[in-house]
Design a protein around this ligand. Structure first.
Ligand SMILES: [Zn+2]
Length: 422
């Protein structure tokens, strides 16, 4: 079987090299090659398509080990590939958490066996992700973690977080931060606003996120640690990051397709399929997040793919878990709602899915997010004009907790190449 291909006639957008034009892309033995290296390639017609470096999602819950009724490494990475992602970061809220070198090695062995895309594993910041005792950052790095996070929560003590940042920076890793002050967010179930009042449910104020964003930006400034802020939801958080970047604080940030596309009003229509952490907020927040992702204050879009079973999600608001799946809808949603509405160019959107998230993965030691010769042949192929209807029954993920079922979107992922075109 061939291991050589030429993809011809497509528009290549590769932000890593400032390329946007019509070029052939050649693949040989799993790498991007020059045409002169090929002997008998298979030609594939890419007319009308956009070819981009493989997309990266830095925020995925694979649920294995521990909760494989929701998703597992095989189905979660299949969902990633179907959604256009060739590299993902697996969050540490598995059972057990990757909080010791032994746990990290065991989870990495499962990933090596089952994953169909590249998976970087986020090690835990604290033992059991309990927010009390720091893990051994250097040992977790040695075991194979390129970044550390307690995603789902964050150490509530500023003193502990500062000690962690010092140690994690010393180990050469970024701290990946779920920004939530639990003393303000609990027992809130959705954004503290008119919809929460209408539903008679307790709300989570913006300050629950913004206080930790501010705290950890200040601590990152003091310690020199690279802080990465996850799934930002509020206009104030965007302002704080702008302030920090102006001062040279080492910060990167992500927001999610749902925070860019939906507001708390979605809770009225979709019920607990719009329950997530942090919550969907108001239109002014959504517009500020779009401005932030457009001007680069927010570096990347990440899905926070959080599978839960229908049974779990169908419980009442106070019992249903937080989160929605996102791997298979993220790219078409962003094409439809950000590019086709004129909020941002296709080239910029591709940056936010490639070179943006690659900033967080320097420790992987792989040429990510580029189609330069010699890089791994990881390519996301888009059809910007194809329309399709979201059908959760088609998802590769085991879970279908998604508010977009039945939505018609313009723009889709037509193929994800991971080393070969088969
Ligand atoms: Zn989180």
């Amino acid at each position: 079987m061939s291991s050589e291909w030429i993809l011809t006639g497509g528009r290549v957008i590769d932000p890593s090299r400032g390329v946007d034009g019509y070029h052939d892309v050649c693949i040989k033995d799993g790498r991007i090659a020059s045409e002169s290296e090929l002997s008998s390639p298979v030609r594939l017609d890419m007319s009308g398509k956009v070819l981009a470096p493989g997309f990266i999602d830095v925020h995925v819950h694979l649920r294995e080990p521990g909760q494989t009724h929701k998703d597992d490494i095989a189905t979660g990475t299949a969902a990633a590939k179907a959604g256009g992602f060739t590299t993902i970061v697996a969050m540490p809220n598995t059972i057990p958490a990757p909080d010791t070198p032994e746990h990290v090695e065991a989870i990495l062995a499962l990933i090596a066996q089952k994953a169909c895309v590249r998976v970087a594993l986020a090690g835990a910041l604290t033992l059991g992700r309990e927010g009390m005792t720091e893990t051994d950052a250097a040992a977790l790095r040695k075991a194979g973690c390129p970044l550390l996070s307690d995603d789902g929560s964050t150490p509530q003590s500023a003193g502990l977080m500062k000690r962690i940042m010092i140690a994690v920076a010393e180990a050469g890793l970024p701290v990946v931060d779920h920004c939530e002050d639990m003393s303000l967010s609990k027992p809130g179930l959705l954004h503290d606003g008119s919809v929460a009042r209408k539903l008679g449910l307790p709300g989570q104020p913006r300050s629950a996120e913004e206080l930790i964003v501010a705290r950890d930006l200040l601590l990152a400034g003091e310690t020199g640690c690279h802080i990465h802020l996850q799934h930002l939801s509020s206009a104030g958080s965007v302002d704080l990051i702008r302030w920090a970047k102006d001062r040279g604080i080492k910060v990167t940030a992500e927001t999610t397709p749902h925070h860019l596309c939906l507001t708390h009003e979605a809770c009225l229509e979709f019920g607990t399929n719009a329950k997530m952490a942090p919550p969907l907020r108001e239109e002014e927040d959504r517009l500020a997040l779009i401005r932030g992702i457009e001007d680069g204050t927010i570096d990347m879009i990440a899905t926070d793919h959080a599978p839960h079973t229908t049974q779990e999600k169908n419980q009442e608001w106070s019992k249903a878990p937080f989160g929605i799946v996102g791997l298979e809808t993220a790219v078409p949603l962003c094409l439809d709602r950000l590019v086709h509405t004129g909020c941002m160019s296709i080239a910029k959107l591709i940056e936010r899915f490639t070179t943006g998230p690659a900033k967080l993965l320097g420790n992987l030691g792989v040429d990510l997010a580029t189609l330069k010769i010699g890089a791994p042949a990881e390519i996301t192929i888009l059809d910007l004009d194809a329309t399709h209807t979201v059908n959760v029954a088609d998802f590769a993920s085991k879970s279908t907790n998604c508010p977009y079922d039945g939505l018609v979107l313009k723009g889709k992922v037509v193929k994800t190449i991971m080393g070969n075109c088969r």
